[in-house]
Write a protein that binds this ligand. Structure first.
Ligand code: ZN
Length: 267
C-alpha cells in the first residue's frame, strides 16, 4: 500500500518552502504555511511524536506541537556521542518546564555508533570542530538515517500516526533534503507495511523564524554544544557559534551560560 507523507519543496519566489503530499516524484505546491497549525492542517487533530534532542529547533518544535495536538510523544535517540549525557540532562529539565497533560513521557531509544565511528571527534571529544569551522565539519555519517529508522518503527508499533522532526532550510547535508526524507519514509513504510507520516514543519524556515516562534519557551534549558565544559555550553565549538548567532539574529537575549565567558569573569 502506498502511504502518504508530507514533505516540502522550494518556492523560489519567497525563498521558502511549500507543502506537498506525495509518495511519488510529483509535487503539488500549496500556499506557504505561515504557522505551525497551518502547516499541520488536519494532522493537528491527531497525536504526534516529536524527535527531540534538546537543541533549540527540536525543543521549539515540541513547544509548538503541545499547543496544537491532543497528545505529544517526545522521542530521543541516544547514540553514545560525547555530549549526550549533558544534552539529556537539559532535555529532562526542558520537558519538566513545559510539562502538561498533553505531554507523554519521554521515550529514549538507543542506536550506538561507536562501533561505526571509532575514534571520531563525536565520540572522543577530541579535535571538536571549533567556532570557525565550516558547516560540513559537523556532518555525522548516517545521522538522519539513524534518527528516522527506530523512531519510525516505534511510531508504527505504538500506532502513533505521525512523526515530526526539525531540520531547517539551512541544513546543508545530503540526508536533509526533501528527496531524502521522501525516499527514507517510503522505504520504512514499505518495510513495515505501515502508514506513518513524517512532518518537517521547519524545512522551509530559516533559523531566525524558528527562534521567534519559540521566544516564549524556556530556551535557556535547551542545549546545543558538542564540547560541553563543566556541564554547560563551551562557547567555543561549531554548535555554540551557531547558537550564539541564532539568538543574535533573532534579536533575542541569549540566556546561555558559556564556559569560556564564565572562566573569563572569574579569572
Ligand atoms: Zn560548545
Amino acid at each position: 500500500m502506498v502511504s502518504p507523507i508530507f514533505f516540502f519543496a522550494r518556492r523560489p519566489d519567497r525563498g521558502g518552502l511549500a507543502i506537498n503530499e506525495s509518495m511519488t516524484s510529483h509535487t503539488f505546491p500549496t500556499p506557504f504555511a505561515e504557522s505551525y497549525a497551518q502547516t499541520m492542517g488536519n494532522g493537528a487533530n491527531q497525536d504526534i511524536a516529536i524527535l527531540i534532542s534538546g537543541g533549540l529547533d527540536s525543543a521549539i518544535l515540541l513547544g509548538e506541537a503541545l499547543k496544537v495536538h491532543p497528545c505529544v510523544h517526545p522521542i530521543t535517540l541516544r547514540c553514545g556521542l560525547y555530549w549526550e549525557a549533558i544534552e539529556q540532562d537539559h532535555l529532562a529539565r526542558f520537558l519538566r518546564a513545559v510539562a502538561s497533560p498533553k505531554l507523554a513521557p519521554l521515550v529514549t531509544l538507543t542506536q550506538p555508533v561507536d562501533d561505526l565511528y571509532g575514534l571520531h571527534w563525536s565520540t572522543t571529544g577530541e579535535d571538536i570542530p571549533d567556532a570557525h569551522s565550516p558547516d560540513d565539519a559537523v556532518f555525522l555519517p548516517g545521522r538522519n538515517v539513524f534518527l528516522l529508522a527506530k523512531p519510525m518503527v516505534y511510531c508504527h508499533m505504538k500506532n502513533i500516526p505521525t512523526l515530526a522532526m526539525a531540520p531547517l532550510q539551512s541544513n546543508p547535508f545530503s540526508d536533509a533534503t526533501p528527496e531524502f526524507f521522501q525516499r527514507m519514509v517510503g522505504v520504512l513504510n514499505q518495510a513495515l507495511k505501515g502508514n506513518v507520516a513524517l512532518r518537517l514543519p521547519y524545512l522551509g524556515l530559516r533559523k531566525r523564524q524558528v527562534m521567534r516562534r519559540g521566544r516564549d519557551l524556556p530556551l535557556e534549558l535547551t542545549f546545543s554544544c558538542i564540547h560541553p565544559q563543566k556541564n554547560i555550553h563551551c562557547g567555543a565549538c561549531n554548535k555554540c557559534a551557531e547558537r550564539r548567532h541564532a539568538f543574535a539574529d533573532a534579536d533575542l537575549l541569549d540566556p546561555t551560560p558559556y564556559a569560556n565567558e564564565v572562566n573569563q569573569c572569574t579569572a
